[in-house]
Design a protein around this ligand. Sequence first.
Ligand code: NAP
Length: 293
Amino acid sequence: MPGKPIVFGTGLSGMVGSRFAEMFGGEFELVNLDLTTGVDITQAEAVDRALNHPAATVIHLAAFTDVSKAYSETDNKEGLVYQVNVLGTKNVAVACKKYNHYLIHISTDFVFDGVNPPAGGYRESDQPHPIEWYGQTKLLAEDEVTRSGCRSVIIRTAFPFRARFELKPDLVRKILSQLQTNTLHPMFSNQIITPTFIDDLGEVFKTFIIKRPSGIYHCVGSTFLSPLELAQKIAALFEIKADIKPISFKEFMKIGPRPRQQFLKISNSKLNHDFGIKMKTIDEALLTLKGQI
Ligand SMILES: NC(=O)c1ccc[n+]([C@@H]2O[C@H](COP(=O)([O-])OP(=O)(O)OC[C@H]3O[C@@H](n4cnc5c(N)ncnc54)[C@H](OP(=O)(O)O)[C@@H]3O)[C@@H](O)[C@H]2O)c1
């Protein structure tokens, strides 16, 4: 009997990757490549050694994901953000090409500027235009994947959230815990985001490991809404009485220098059209999350 398919993963200890491992660790033989297992993706030789294996799938999640810290390294190609996001991705993609692995590369909605998205949200064919260093390095990482010529797919996701992960908060858990302690900051009323339930992303990863598509896919939730509306939905679902104050995007922009994307409406219609995958609406996702908590 053949064994379980081998899937190498970078960043499987992270917020998204560890949920995929929880969900599908029984179906795939997951090999974790990150700092905890001694593989620093900025080191080309270490990556080459780790991926020197008969053709398999590699899911590349490892990244420098703190957007504000990333901003302090703007344009610094010697800095950790560029080294991890761009050169680290190049090392992974080059090794995938060399050993004929199929690469699933994870990217972000921050490749868009959020200025004037189409009514139905940004599609995969829309021109990226990142406005800060994290998004810029993630777009350069996409270019490295394409340039390597390896068999690959690029998944762009947005504001991922899950029921539990003690190492890092996400937007939904942050809002919930602040609502519970009555410490919620004012929420943007005129910013739009497309939050994504990480369990749905896990299902997409599984489908892509099996079907091996190429190109770019926006794998995001099925609802665009403002952070204010998100907080109101969370408060209603968890029956927390709270006076949630709005703040306008313009006011918030005065607080810090990092440019913020205002209208990140992202369309998942290509994913739905090509694979019949229906990502949860925010109401469906929050209800599932509440059950898991
Ligand atoms: N979180 C978001 O809001 C968001 C939004 C859109 C897209 N994404 C993308 O989704 C992916 C996963 O994000 P996440 O939130 O799960 O990330 P995360 O929780 O910050 O985890 C990052 C992972 O990368 C690993 N890593 C960092 N530097 C490394 C290096 N030099 N060598 C090897 N491994 C390294 C970390 O390993 P250690 O634990 O060993 O340090 C960790 O496992 C990323 O590609 C991110 O850009 C995230």
